[in-house]
Design a protein around this ligand. Structure first.
Ligand code: PLP
Length: 402
């Protein structure tokens, strides 16, 4: 008996919004014997790497790293500047702002959420209003998500900073760049961001397990006035270590450091601005295909306005059960894994099967994106899901640059 033919052999492609594709250079850098953590190459390399890490965040201020995922960086950042009972303001545009606010609530903070729904960005004017109303300056920080990975909206952080400045309120600006760092334009110092969190497994192309908190001089002063800071999350020794172990508050994430060094080499060899431009062009190719497909049938991009879309992730609606059916079809038949919908419906709701996301962050190039789009079109065709014509042609035109 012949087996059913599938075309999923060969190298698989994980196109979800994190973890992202791991470059061979990162994998091979990590493939080595346990390095000496007392002295020598790893120690020197790590001290030398911090400026290159800060360059990706466009900051000359401070950085600390943690053996943790993005949730750990959320808690680390909060632990340094928010004491129990203090207030934070959270403009929310999807799942992740709520997650960070919840993390703050777990640490005893009082979170005030302004919910902007799931289909657009936040409005800095509303934050301005809330800060102006807070005459006693009780709000300690504004927590914003740059790119919300569930809705794929990109919020305007520079505009939020301007709104905060115009209010004359001293609150810290804390930004989640976990999905955007190394993908979308982000300027920590130029935009006046006080605290920024990121993780290694998205635009930074390293397997999950390391995350980062970047902070300003102003945030460092706020940390110094805290009644107490958890020893483990304290960014002070980590950002200015006298001894190697202080970087990580204990044993170093040896192989992750090696992988991160290789990833930063890739980013800086390409040039950060080129990395941003590449993500933009690849995103435009994806949008061109999706917009063409959406001319007919159930497919729709979650964020209608191109200028508000992330360059790292695209969230789509396609109606149940097509989202799950399409994801399953491409995995089984062509070796491509697409992201599940997130925060659009509850898991036990049949509507949950009507969403999917495309991750296009980090180590991705033109042929991968064209392959991805061709695979989605094959899935739409195989599953008989009605869709507009000309998607691949439109994407090829964007990739061609004409
Ligand atoms: C992925 C992500 C997180 C969570 O990171 P984990 O590493 O999964 O803990 C938080 N915020 C944003 C915007 C993300 O994309």
């Amino acid at each position: 008996m012949t087996k059913e033919l599938t075309l999923a052999q060969g190298r698989t492609y994980l196109a979800i919004p994190g973890p992202s594709v791991i470059p061979d250079a990162v994998l091979s850098a990590m493939h080595q014997a346990a390095p000496n953590i007392y002295e020598g190459d790893l120690v020197d390399m790590t001290f030398g790497m911090m400026p290159d890490l800060k360059r990706v965040a466009r900051t000359n201020q401070h950085a600390a790293f943690y053996i943790a995922n993005g949730h750990g960086a959320w808690e680390a950042a909060l632990s340094n500047v928010i004491a129990p009972g203090e207030r934070i303001l959270v403009p929310a545009t999807g799942r992740f702002a709520h997650g960070w606010a919840d993390m703050a609530a777990g640490l005893g903070a009082a979170a005030e959420i302004i919910d902007f729904g799931r289909a657009g960005p936040f409005d800095p004017a509303r934050v301005h209003e809330a800060l102006v109303a807070d005459k006693a300056h009780g709000i300690k920080a504004v927590l914003a998500t740059h790119v919300d990975t569930s809705t794929s909206v990109r919020n305007d952080i520079a505009a939020l900073r301007r709104a905060m400045d115009e209010s004359g309120h001293p609150a810290l600006l804390m930004v989640d760049c976990i999905a955007s760092l190394g993908c979308d334009v982000f300027e920590m110092d130029a935009w006046g961001v006080d605290v920024m969190v990121a993780a290694c497994q998205k635009g930074l192309m390293v397997p999950p397990g390391m995350s980062f908190v970047f902070f300003s001089d102003k945030a460092a002063e706020v940390r110094d006035r805290m009644p107490r800071v958890s020893r483990y999350w304290d960014w002070k020794p980590r950002s200015n270590p006298q001894e190697f172990y202080q970087f990580s508050g204990g044993t170093a994430p040896t192989h992750h450091l090696l992988g991160l060094r290789a990833a930063l080499d890739l980013i800086h060899a390409e040039g950060l601005e080129h990395v941003w431009a590449r993500h933009e062009r690849l995103a435009q190719a994806i949008w061109a295909a999706c917009e063409a497909w959406s001319q007919e049938g159930p497919l729709a991009l979650n964020i209608k306005d191109r200028s508000l879309r992330s360059h790292a992730v695209t969230a789509l609606r396609i109606g149940a059960p097509h989202g799950t059916a399409l994801r399953e079809w491409v995995t089984k038949n062509v070796g491509l894994t697409l992201g599940i919908g997130l925060g659009m419906a509850e898991r036990d709701d049949p509507a949950w099967h009507g969403f999917f996301r495309i991750g296009h962050m980090g180590h991705v190039n033109g042929q991968m994106i064209l392959g991805l789009l061709g695979s989605i079109e094959a899935g739409l065709t195989a599953l008989d899901i009605p869709h507009g014509k000309g998607g691949l042609e439109a994407a090829a035109k964007v990739i061609s640059g004409v």
